[in-house]
Write a protein that binds this ligand. Structure first.
Ligand code: SAM
Length: 304
């Protein structure tokens, strides 16, 4: 795949950019640069943008798209590590993460994310760490079942884990066949491929996706200036719950015992949640890009 073939349809573009309020003199970190869709709009809003991605292919593609702008800087790294990757710029005016994988990552067989295309069972977003095949080989059956159940909400986690350990697949289609064997035919889901949940769970484990998100959320107080905002777009209920809980904690939750008619603790945090309910994609966006159906955008501002 040439870099210029990198096509990812940006989700919640207008909503995220409006809430991040880019403007001249502001520095915003796009922690999931991908194809550079959000970054391009943030640059157009006048901000300087540091685009971080763990995937060198994404960095190259986004740089081809927006690299001509002197206010753009690409950096390879994990957004969990922004205090190091962007140490020279902190604190900043905004941080955005648009979680998960990009369409080109999913679509290129060699990346190993797809149960529809034959490729090595890799699934790494970046060049480091064990592949999905290595994860299966080195994780015991009980832990593998936990991963499938927790990250994939897979009802047949145990038989699939048993079959994966028996077969030790190294190719994507082989892994998909293993899942098909492990799940009784009449229990196959009708709306999604029977291997969807397993592949999602393996991907989340291979890339330590929830751990990276937790680390980022914990680092927000040190990353942002007063008046700075953080926006997170998530696609999985486990992620959205973490974001919601972390933002509430940053905003200082009421610690009054339940049942008191009015709050007396007057607990206050250094952040204010700007999205009482997560922002979802409009009907038009969902129609144009079905992937946006499960997107949730939440934003906080550091207020003191
Ligand atoms: C959904 S895409 C982002 C798309 C981008 N917002 C756009 O409009 O084109 C997610 C990107 O984040 C990257 N990514 C995911 N987790 C990451 C992490 N922990 N650190 C750095 N990059 C990550 C992936 O490699 C992928 O390129």
């Amino acid at each position: 795949m040439g870099d210029l073939d990198f096509q990812h349809q940006t989700v919640l573009l207008r909503e995220a950019v409006e809430l991040l309020r880019p403007g001249a003199g502001k520095v915003i970190i796009d922690g999931t640069l991908g194809g550079g869709g959000h970054t391009e709009a943030l640059l157009a809003g006048g901000a300087s943008v540091v685009g971080v991605d763990r995937d060198p292919v994404a960095l190259a593609a986004a740089t081809a798209r927006v690299g001509g702008n002197p206010r753009f800087q690409p950096r390879q790294g994990n957004f969990a590590d922004l205090s190091r990757v962007a140490a020279d710029l902190l604190p900043v005016d905004g941080v955005l993460v648009d979680l998960g994988v990009s369409s080109p990552q999913l679509d290129v067989a060699e990346r190993g994310f797809s149960f529809n295309k034959d490729g090595p069972l890799d699934m790494r977003m970046g060049p480091d760490g064990p592949t999905a095949a290595e994860l299966i080989a080195t994780t015991d059956e009980a832990e593998l079942a936990r991963i499938l159940k927790e990250y994939g909400e897979e009802p047949f986690a145990r038989p699939i884990a048993r079959e994966l350990k028996r077969a030790l697949p190294t190719r994507t289609l082989e892994a998909a066949e293993v899942v098909k064997r492990a799940v009784p035919r009449k229990a196959w889901p009708t709306r999604i491929h029977v291997a969807t949940r397993t592949f999602q769970a393996l991907r989340m484990a291979v890339n330590a996706e929830l751990e990276s998100l937790d680390t980022l959320l914990a680092a927000l107080p040190a990353l942002l200036k007063v008046g700075g905002r953080a926006a997170v777009i998530s696609f999985h209920s486990l992620e959205d719950r973490r974001v919601k809980d972390a933002f509430r904690a940053l905003a200082g939750q009421c610690t009054c015992p339940p049942g008191l008619p009015v709050c007396v603790c007057k607990s206050v945090g250094d952040f204010q949640v700007l999205t009482k309910k997560a922002v979802a994609a409009s009907e038009e966006e969902v129609e144009a890009n079905p992937r946006s159906r499960s997107a949730h955008l939440r934003v906080v501002e550091k207020v003191r």
